[in-house]
Write a protein that binds this ligand. Structure first.
Ligand code: AMP
Ligand code: MG
Length: 320
């Protein structure tokens, strides 16, 4: 039986027992375990069926706690942390030797962030260890943004889901690493790139599989529904010749008129990219449950969070 509740005392007890708890964050739900417990970390990899060479993000509650896990912080990392933490920004920094190799896949760096979710921050303050937490979905599938998504994936195999409601940002954190102290963006995410460069100045982007081979979020196919999914510039034109198909569409702000559409998901009627990002995965989960022949998504404007949304849709629609 999986407990679904807001009880952080219970969550803390389970984590102290070296077990795994699904936790809410502002981005997506995570599968969390004590970074110092080999048993818990192995269970995370096993539940997710995630390859061991893909490192996990470590969650902490304060910049003071950062000193426990990293050995060096470049000036621009400090600036980014001061600006965006708690929030959906992950920094890749040189790790201290006490951080288990299992968490970092043997790398000499560790991915770390302070999440912006009151329940999870209280939990992190209550326990005396950081939490490693990748997204709470089987490797490659759509990330969960509410407790029922997590339950559907891991029903019965997970001791507890800490119920923090719907995730407010809805797509994963923006990941930034450092090469010779210069920031490099490895994953587009919940913080728009324009907001990052206001702090860092121009930044190199390496979010492709070829340049970021160790980032699973960077694999060509990831975040993918079971249903055959397409990303197109013109949805009406794409579906016009497919009248024999049962089609679900995912649109930014406006409905379209076509007889062969079974269901339309509009991500933000007011055309707000932040709202659209927060609803993206919930809409994909919903469409994926309807036994459609096809899901057709509209390409978003290529700026701000639109870039991050397009990145996820491209990976969701890639065939390999
Ligand atoms: P997830 O938590 O499932 O959204 O994935 C965490 C992301 O952080 C993945 O893309 C990881 O590969 C990336 N990551 C974690 N640690 C490191 C690291 N030390 N170096 C580079 N990427 C990392
Ligand atoms: Mg993930």
């Amino acid at each position: 039986m999986t407990i679904v509740s807001k009880d952080i005392n219970k969550a803390s007890e389970i984590l102290h027992d070296e077990d795994v708890v699904a936790i809410p964050t502002e981005t997506v739900y995570g599968l969390a375990g004590n970074i110092y417990s080999e048993k818990a970390i192995r269970k995370i990899f096993q539940l997710k069926q995630r390859p061991l060479f893909n490192p996990l993000i470590v969650h902490i509650h304060s910049t003071e706690q950062l000193d426990e896990i990293v050995s060096y912080i470049p000036d621009k990392a400090k600036l980014l942390a001061d600006t965006f933490w708690p929030g959906p920004l992950t920094l890749i920094l040189k790790k201290k030797s006490n951080i288990p190799d299992l968490v970092t896949s043997g790398k000499d760096t560790v991915a770390v962030r302070i999440p912006r979710h009151p329940l999870t921050l209280s939990l992190l303050e209550k326990i005396d260890f950081p939490l490693a937490a990748p997204s709470a979905n089987p490797f490659g599938s759509i990330s969960p943004t509410n407790p029922s998504h997590v339950e559907n994936y891991f029903r019965g195999r997970l001791s507890m889901i800490l119920d923090g409601g719907d995730c407010k940002s809805g797509i994963e954190s923006t990941i930034i690493g450092f090469e010779n102290d210069k920031p490099v963006l490895y994953r587009l995410g919940s913080i728009a790139i324009e907001d990052i460069t206001k702090v860092t100045g121009p930044i190199e982007i390496k979010n492709k599989k070829e340049t970021a081979p160790n980032a699973p979020g960077m694999l060509s196919r990831h975040y993918a529904p079971e249903t055959s999914t397409f990303l197109v510039d013109d949805v009406e034109e794409f579906i016009a010749g497919r009248t024999d198909k049962n089609i679900g569409v995912l649109l930014f702000d406006k409905k379209i008129n076509a007889p062969n559409i079974a269901v339309q998901e509009i991500l933000s009627k007011k055309g707000d990219l932040k709202e659209a990002a927060s609803r993206l995965y919930a809409s994909l989960h919903k469409l994926d449950k309807l036994n459609l022949d096809l899901i057709v998504a509209e390409r978003f404007p290529d700026s701000g969070l639109g870039k991050s949304i397009n990145d996820r849709l491209e990976r969701a629609t890639r065939k390999n």
